[in-house]
Design a protein around this ligand. Structure first.
Ligand SMILES: Cc1cc2nc3c(=O)[nH]c(=O)nc-3n(C[C@H](O)[C@H](O)[C@H](O)COP(=O)(O)OP(=O)(O)OC[C@H]3O[C@@H](n4cnc5c(N)ncnc54)[C@H](O)[C@@H]3O)c2cc1C
Length: 502
């Protein structure tokens, strides 16, 4: 590769999964890569840190689902062993335990989606309600993650989609909507039907084991990002924190030549933005260059969602049946989960009391509450699910408010989402909100789009090998057949001019 003086300079902005992914690959290919992060730690939404009392906390606990093949491959490549075994999970409502999920990969494999519906142990939901999901299979087959499919389904709300396909009220309220609140962080009437179909297919419906999940045995920050940053630095990359990018410099032929933070300019032959939606909007507000571009003006239409991550230390051991748990029915528009950290994280395995993480998604109304009010609300909720929490005393707590942190895939948002290649020839985008045909979501999507952006840099600057990206597992044969038949019918119907709204 080129000597240091001839090395091409790449600036990556934002140190979450996307930015670290792009930086690591480009540093390994011999580029002089600088990763600029506005916050005090790398990790983005997944960053973890220690409180002044020395307790580990993070902005929401993060699961790694069975199809996260690229992240699992990275972790193996880094020689790390950060994950728990696959865990079972439960679902609670104010009435108590509602459903328990097995470890799906341990059970005989059935053609999708039979395993998901037959192996999940529902306590109360009648079979007739579960069967009402069958007609929805047409939409699952029809939505193939193509641009056309997004155009067809994005302007419809997820709630309308489920209603139109005859899903029963109970199945929607007790199964689909809780999944939307946890997977897309918003209630069905505020989610794009396209995003709902894409997310549900990736995490639950495409193959029986997809819903199986592992967790980090400590914070992702300590167990993955810290050693990953060390590997980036060993490969020659620089990771600089407390560096908020405010502007991008463009030369007379429209190419980026550098980015500007509060007090420094970083000359660049290519730039990768790996910033979340609310960070991008803040950047556009500061940057006259980006304001001059239609696509960046348009992204001001996008939005973020509030989340709340709480961690409570109790004075005694409380038996929580499964380590990971989702809740529904406690609030009409907020989803929540809680986790037994004594079972999941090494640091708390032998703690004398119980340590619980309880996270809330689309929790706008919660962010303004005082810490004391939040702690009392969380304990009350935990006690509804697991009554022994009522008598336990909270001896310590951590409350993290993630304002506008996660992407809102609202109906009609697809038209404002951006692809990796921007109108500036050497400026690329990555992150969990970027349009990609890979099919993954959340952390895996963020990491994959980071690699895709790195590959575009390599195409543009012409040096190094592209990152290998593991595709999602192919559709099962019966789904593939149904998709082919459906596509043929769609192709045939194209001979008639479009008359109806897509
Ligand atoms: C409570 C909660 C729970 C979640 N649970 C899960 C889960 O269980 N599993 C899962 O897969 N996903 C989960 N997610 C989603 C997951 O965190 C995200 O999909 C993923 O982390 C996004 O990564 P990213 O790299 O795209 O963006 P981010 O992690 O948001 O990183 C963007 C970075 O850019 C930085 N930045 C912004 N503006 C600037 C600027 N001007 N200059 C420099 N830096 C800037 C930010 O500080 C940030 O560090 C959860 C999210 C939350 C909030």
């Amino acid at each position: 590769m080129a000597e240091a003086s001839e090395q091409k300079r790449v600036t990556v902005v934002g140190a979450g999964w996307a930015g670290l992914g792009a930086t690591y690959h480009l540093a390994q290919q011999g580029y002089a890569v600088t990763l600029l992060e506005a916050g005090p730690y790398p990790g983005g939404l997944v960053a973890g840190w220690k409180t002044s009392q020395g307790n580990s906390v993070e902005g929401g606990i993060h699961g790694f689902w069975y199809p996260y093949s690229n992240i699992f491959a990275l972790v193996r490549q880094l020689g790390l062993n950060p994950f728990t075994p696959f865990t079972r999970s439960s679902q609670y409502s104010p009435a108590g335990l509602e459903a328990e999920s097995p470890i799906f990969q341990d059970l005989p494999r059935l053609p999708t989606p039979l395993g998901t519906f037959l192996y999940t142990k529902f306590q109360r939901l009648p079979l007739i309600d579960r069967l009402s999901a069958l007609p929805l299979l047409y939409a699952v087959v029809d939505f193939d993650n193509s641009d056309e499919a997004w155009q067809r389904y994005d302007k419809v709300t997820a709630r309308e989609l489920f209603k139109d396909f005859g899903v029963s009220a109970r199945l929607y309220q007790e199964s689909f909507e809780p999944m939307l609140l946890v997977g897309l962080f918003a209630p069905g009437e505020q989610c794009s039907a396209a995003a709902a179909l894409g997310m549900l297919y990736y995490f639950i419906l495409s193959h029986q084991p997809d819903f199986d999940v592992v967790w980090c045995r400590g914070t992702v920050g300590e167990m993955i990002f810290k050693p990953w940053v060390e590997s980036i630095e060993k490969a020659g990359g620089r990771v600089l924190t407390n560096q908020r990018v405010q502007e991008i410099l463009i030369d007379s032929d429209g190419k980026a030549r550098g980015v500007v933070t509060n007090d420094q300019t970083f000359p660049s032959d290519a730039v990768v933005f790996a910033i979340n939606v609310s960070g991008m909007k803040q950047l556009v507000r500061h940057s006259s260059t980006l304001q001059s571009s239609q696509e960046f003006q348009n992204l001001m239409n996008l939005g973020g969602i509030d989340a709340l991550a709480t961690r409570l230390w109790f004075d005694r051991k409380v038996n929580i049946p499964h380590p990971s748990n989702a809740c529904f029915g406690f609030s009409p528009t907020t989803g929540s989960t809680f986790f037994d950290l004594n079972a999941l994280q090494d640091e708390y395995r032998d703690a004398p009391g119980t340590v619980v993480e309880a996270d809330f998604y689309h929790g706008n109304q919660l962010l303004s509450l005082s810490d004391a009010a939040i702690v009392s609300m969380v304990q009350d909720k935990l006690a509804t699910c697991v009554p022994d929490f009522r008598e336990a005393k909270v001896i310590d707590s951590s409350i993290i408010r993630v304002s506008q942190g996660v992407t809102h895939f609202f109906p009609g948002s697809y038209q404002y989402l951006l692809p990796a290649q921007t109108g500036f020839p050497n400026v690329f985008l990555s992150g969990d909100w970027i349009i990609t045909r890979h099919g993954s979501w959340s952390q895996e999507k963020a990491y994959v789009t980071g690699l895709e952006a790195a590959n575009l840099v390599i195409d543009y600057l012409g040096e190094g090998e592209k990152a290998g990206i593991i595709p999602v597992e192919p559709d099962e044969p019966h789904i593939e057949l149904a998709r082919n038949i459906n596509q043929s019918i769609r192709d045939f119907s194209k001979i008639v001019p479009d008359f109806w709204l897509p």
